[in-house]
Design a protein around this ligand. Structure first.
Ligand code: ADP
Length: 399
């Protein structure tokens, strides 16, 4: 029987997962997939490494199925189909690790209660990340579980980039900019170092444009600033999140319009962004397909804000050598990439239209001063790498 690890990335409406065989050279991807549409019409798809569909299942009337019930489906599938594998550990993406966690760690009960404190700072993710850990601990007591933090990659950002302009006492209480999407940026930094080591040593902006969206300014593969902050609400406009907003709006909504804190939370996390501005959808593909002028306006604002934040990060980096697009929109949407790059032409970004249209690995033209790349992210792989390292360490210590 071969040993394997499972990577789990549990979000508010989806669970992404990967199965990796533990081989002497490191974890090797064997199967993976996504359970999406949780809360509306769940859909499960698992493929093996050749892309062959292993299971596809829909629950058209399954709006009330919980994350836990759907995790059961994954367990059942694993129990019947993974007969050749023994699961040695499960690694999880945990969105918020606060100030304390700069590396992945083994999960125990004390850690879980510490991480619970961050649920209100990442309400779309953290509760689901922790619920998955609890459910697996219940089903498989004793199985090694590892928490891999999205904040960790930004842990050593310069103090000036992490500080908020609030009275000092607040900083001491943990009010600082943590940054997120760190597993994605860590993967991009590693991949870029393989693909283009000279560029990886330079000044690079990585743009993770998915339902959640952020940018990270990297120098020598390390984060020196990023657009998300204390929570994953800051920065770019997102699928349903507002991104940066005059804080006075929140004060006004509460004081003048009597809005409750819960309603403000729901407004900023779930009803704003592409969905709120378009009134059509949070999904970029649906906005491209829509004839509604508000859909156009939402796209225009998304692009404007992305380019504006890229400009701010260029200032943090004191210039720019490379721009990397990743995640659902960044990897697949030539129109959005072209529109953002057009707004960065002043900085020396020139796209190769054909390369961009085909999602090629390098989409800048040879005479572009800034190299523009598309690198598909792989947070699950990063989780698998961290989890196997902790597993090896633990077994090394036990030996
Ligand atoms: P999450 O943050 O949930 O992981 P993803 O990285 O999957 O999100 O990105 C989801 C976004 O990517 C959606 O807005 C979706 O419309 C967009 N997207 C995915 N594929 C394409 C595509 N082929 N063209 C344009 N947009 C796409």
């Amino acid at each position: 029987m071969s040993r394997a690890i499972v990577s789990l990335n549990s979000g508010s409406s989806s669970i992404k997962f990967g199965l990796y065989a533990l081989e002497p050279g490191g974890p090797v991807h064997k199967a993976g997939g996504k359970l999406e549409g949780i809360g509306t019409a769940p859909r499960l798809m698992i493929r093996d490494d050749d892309g062959t569909v292993l299971i596809q299942r829909d629950w058209p009337g399954g709006a009330s199925l919980t994350h836990e019930q759907l995790l059961d489906v994954l367990y059942d599938w694993a129990g019947t189909h993974l007969t050749g594998y023994e699961i040695a550990a499960v690694g999880h993406r945990v969105v918020h690790g606060g100030r304390k966690f700069r590396h992945p760690v083994r999960v125990d009960a004390a850690l879980l209660s510490e991480l619970e404190a961050f649920c209100s700072l990442a309400p779309l993710h953290q509760p689901h990340n922790l619920a998955a850990i609890r459910e697996i601990a219940r089903k498989s007591p004793g199985l090694l579980q590892v928490a891999c933090f999205d904040t960790a990659f930004h842990h050593d950002m310069p103090e000036v980039a992490a500080r908020m302009a609030l009275p000092r006492a607040y900083a001491e209480r943990g009010f600082r900019r943590y940054g997120f999407h760190g597993l994605s940026y860590e993967y991009i930094a590693r991949k870029l170092a393989e693909l283009d080591p000279a560029l990886a040593r330079g000044r690079v902006i990585a743009a993770h444009l998915g339902n959640g969206a952020s940018m990270c300014a990297m120098r020598e593969s390390r984060s020196i600033d990023t657009t998300m902050g204390f929570t994953a609400l800051d920065g770019l406009m997102m699928g349903t999140r507002s991104g940066s907003l005059d804080p006075g709006v929140i004060v006004h909504l509460q004081l003048q319009e009597g809005m409750s804190a819960q309603d403000v939370e729901s407004l900023l996390y779930r009803q704003s962004g592409l969905l709120g501005v378009s009134g059509v959808s949070s999904d970029m593909r649906a906005l491209h397909d829509s004839k509604d002028p508000h859909a156009r306006e939402a796209i225009e604002l998304f692009v404007w804000r992305a380019a504006r934040h890229a400009g701010a990060l260029m200032s943090a980096l004191e210039g720019l050598d490379g721009l990397v697009f990743t995640a659902g929109i960044g990897e697949n949407d030539p129109r959005i990439r072209a529109a953002i790059c057009e707004r960065l032409a002043w900085a020396g970004v020139v796209l190769d239209a054909q390369a961009n249209a085909s999602n090629a690995p390098v989409i800048s033209s040879p005479d572009s001063r800034i190299t523009v790349r598309v690198i598909p992210t792989d947070e699950e792989r990063m989780i698998a790498l961290h989890t196997s390292a902790i597993l090896e360490n633990r077994e090394g210590e036990a030996a």
